[in-house]
Ligand binder design. Structure first.
Ligand SMILES: Cc1cc2nc3c(=O)[nH]c(=O)nc-3n(C[C@H](O)[C@H](O)[C@H](O)COP(=O)(O)OP(=O)(O)OC[C@H]3O[C@@H](n4cnc5c(N)ncnc54)[C@H](O)[C@@H]3O)c2cc1C
Length: 442
């Protein structure tokens, strides 16, 4: 049945970690009175923010060698907000676990690279240390076991590492938001948005149930955000390269997160190993990066939607061709395709894992079936290049977020920025107490 109800100030479409963080921000730091969160699944965070879908890392930029200092400054600021939220609201550590972490350099070239990086990053990250074989062995014996003492091995290491269950974090945002008694917050679960249509001074948000009216809309639907944007005539210059990431399990081999130095030219982070957020007896290695024409992992119905986001246009074809004609990327993507092949894949993947744990046995490695989501990487059809990181598309009283990694780490900063934008859209007497937001979280 379709009915039009009274008007919402803000409608958020998509209840992953970004949509729920925005709900939290609006409920605690603004006078926005009437908000709806619409989620097609029965609960929040069952797509990329699900615990089994992502690498459960709070990225600060200290050991991610694919980040420049500039990017690390931004990510550090954003991730610190999540850290502060967790320290304040999760004293029992049900959402996160603190582990040490390091990025490992093997061989002369990587050793020089990490030493140089240490010099430029140590001011931003005072807890970061440059450590050598003996100190690495004390923290991570299995990383050193089996290596020649003559092989130059060093690491940038810090005790300040967090594994986060972003699914539980999303639920925590919702729980806190619905405690705000001065608001009317409607959680519409099992509700799929089928269309967003501009009306007279508002948007009609059509769902598989009712149609509701919204003064402003925040589309935080992951890869689906681009589909909605295009349907409204926005984001025409973008397409998506969907990079599915899978994982392998091993027994307890690592005590903290161990990253490798990023290979030049590759758009995705190198694989890493770390203990499961709630179960240190399992080590997870990954993620791989397999290009799939889908918007959501394991949901084959999204193949058609993927092509609707310009996957089949001539401009998209030219852009994909330009990206894939870079041999390093093509080789990497083919290898990653192989890693995901049942039984056979691990014979290849183990070579990557042995760069971290040299003595791991093939029998210890097990494909994590059903794990891993999809990173919707933005392809710019004008520049024909991959754009790393999140994309935001702004329309008239509507915004769209497309959030590959590290979108979960930056969810509160994105929420802060979007809260301000929505308040600007609403105008009039609406306010955002950004100072208090910053005091509490930054
Ligand atoms: C393999 C992998 C590893 C990653 N590792 C990390 C990491 O270690 N650290 C990090 O910070 N980030 C990581 N990321 C990225 C991170 O998972 C995402 O950036 C983050 O989860 C995105 O959150 P979101 O809320 O934008 O999207 P999602 O969590 O995907 O939520 C979108 C929501 O929108 C809903 N939705 C979609 N369409 C509709 C509709 N029509 N109607 C109603 N609801 C709809 C979906 O059901 C879903 O719940 C990783 C991602 C992958 C795939």
């Amino acid at each position: 049945m379709t009915e039009e109800k009274e008007i919402y100030d803000v409608v958020i479409i998509g209840g992953g970690v970004c949509g729920t963080a925005l709900l939290y921000s609006l409920s605690h730091y603004t006078n926005v009175g009437k908000i709806a969160l619409i989620e097609k699944n029965a609960a929040v965070a069952l797509v990329n923010s699900k615990q089994t879908s992502n690498s459960q890392t709070l990225h600060f930029g200290d050991i991610e060698t694919n980040y420049s200092l500039e990017k690390a400054k931004k990510v550090n600021r954003a991730a610190t907000m999540v850290k502060n939220y967790l320290l304040k609201h999760d004293p029992a550590q049900e959402i996160y676990t603190q582990y040490h972490k390091m990025v490992l350099g093997v061989g002369a070239a990587e050793a020089v690279f990490l030493s140089d990086r240490y010099e430029s990053f140590k001011t931003l990250f005072p807890a970061l240390k440059l450590i050598h074989q003996e100190e690495i062995a004390a923290l991570e014996p299995n990383v050193i076991k089996g290596r020649s003492p003559d092989e130059e091995t060093l690491a940038l290491s810090t005790p300040d590492g967090y594994a986060v269950d972003y699914q539980k974090l999303s639920q925590s945002f919702v729980d806190k938001a619905t405690q705000a008694t001065d608001k009317s917050i409607e959680l519409m679960m099992n509700t799929r948005v089928t269309a967003i249509e501009p009306g007279a001074g508002s948007y009609l948000v059509k769902t598989n149930g009712k149609t509701i009216l919204a003064k402003t809309v925040a589309v935080t639907s992951g890869a689906h955000s681009l589909l909605f944007a295009k349907e409204l005539g926005y984001g025409k210059e973008y397409a998506l390269l969907s990079a599915a990431g899978s994982f392998y399990f091993a027994p307890a081999l690592l005590n903290g997160k161990v990253y490798m130095v990023q290979m030049a030219k590759l758009p995705f982070a190198a694989i890493h190993g770390d203990p499961e957020v709630h179960d240190a007896s399992q080590t997870r290695f990954g993620p791989t990066a397999k290009v799939l024409p889908m918007l959501e992992r394991h949901r084959y119905g999204t193949v058609y939607e993927y092509f609707k986001t310009a996957g089949l246009s001539l401009a998209a074809f030219r852009s994909f061709f330009a990206i894939l004609s870079e041999l390093t990327i093509l080789r990497y993507l083919i290898l990653n395709f192989i890693y995901d092949i049942p039984v056979f894949g691990k014979f290849f993947f183990i070579h990557q894992v042995r760069k971290i744990v040299p003595m791991i046995k093939l029998s210890e490695l097990k494909f994590a079936a059903g794990y891993g989501g999809i990173r919707p990487q933005i392809v710019n059809l004008n520049s024909r290049k991959l754009e790393m990181g999140e994309a935001k598309i702004l329309g008239k009283n509507i915004l769209f977020n497309i959030t590959p990694s590290p979108g979960a780490s930056t969810c509160l900063k994105t929420a802060e920025d979007d809260t301000q934008r929505l308040i600007d859209f609403l105008g009039g007497d609406y306010w955002f107490n950004q100072e208090r937001f910053e005091q509490d979280l930054a």
